[in-house]
Design a protein around this ligand. Structure first.
Ligand code: 5GP
Length: 209
């Protein structure tokens, strides 16, 4: 029995190439009714195989900047020359439906979420070693070597903010990492401060019968 009617906002950050997307897919396979992925908006060009509206909403800089003015983002940031942001409307809708909403975002955006949504949980996904990250970025082959270097440098900077997160999860193996995140979400739901009010309401209803 689930006590909380509202879902939780779960932020997953981690260096470029750590496997956030793959771990998220494995997490969704653990329960196909529990999660909703928040599709971000970006000014980055689509990579081969990426689909508009599924991987990202791909827009121009002008369109993005207009949406900033219209206050349509829960958070947004610039990352290696492009804008990325979380459209707020869908997030609220899904949380109210009781789904756990997963944001895969970089650190500056995550810290904006921390300020705005006090009960969001922040998870930092790390590679088992720095070499593993480097190998993965090279193998993925989606970025030029210049971009890979920039992303690795960015990873070092981002890691300096890991202490601001609630949890560190090592992606040594995809299913292990997904299991850990699943366990964190279950445990967070059971926290007294999240569940006591709902339980008291149930008891009151029972007494009122
Ligand atoms: P990529 O270009 O590799 O898809 O994403 C680059 C970085 O931007 C990744 O760390 C990714 O998690 C992050 N990112 C993706 N969407 C958002 C978003 O909506 N907001 C923020 N702040 N970062 C995002």
């Amino acid at each position: 029995m689930k006590l909380n009617k509202k879902g939780m906002l779960v932020v997953v950050s981690g260096p470029s190439g750590v496997g956030k997307g793959t771990v998220r897919k494995a997490l969704f396979e653990l329960d196909n009714q529990m999660f909703s992925y928040s599709v971000s908006m970006t000014t980055r060009k689509p990579r081969e195989g990426e689909i508009d509206g599924v991987d990202y909403y791909f827009v121009s800089r002008e369109e993005f900047e207009q949406r900033i003015k219209d206050d349509m983002f829960l958070e947004y940031a610039e990352f290696v020359g492009n804008y990325y942001g979380t459209p707020i409307d869908k997030v609220e809708e899904k949380l109210n439906e009781g789904l756990e909403v997963i944001l895969e975002i970089e650190t500056a955006g995550a810290l904006q979420v921390r300020k705005k949504v006090h009960d969001a949980i922040l998870i930092f996904l790390v590679p088992p070693t720095k070499q593993a990250l480097y190998d993965r970025l090279i193998r993925r082959g989606t970025e030029s070597s210049y971009q890979v270097e920039k992303r690795i440098a960015k990873a070092d900077n981002e890691f300096r903010l890991a202490h601001k997160y609630d949890y560190i999860v090592v992606n040594d193996e995809i299913n292990n990492a997904a299991d850990r995140i699943y366990a964190i979400i279950r445990a967070e739901h059971a926290k007294t401060e999240r569940s006591i009010h709902s339980y008291l309401e149930i008891l009151e209803e029972e007494n009122g019968k």
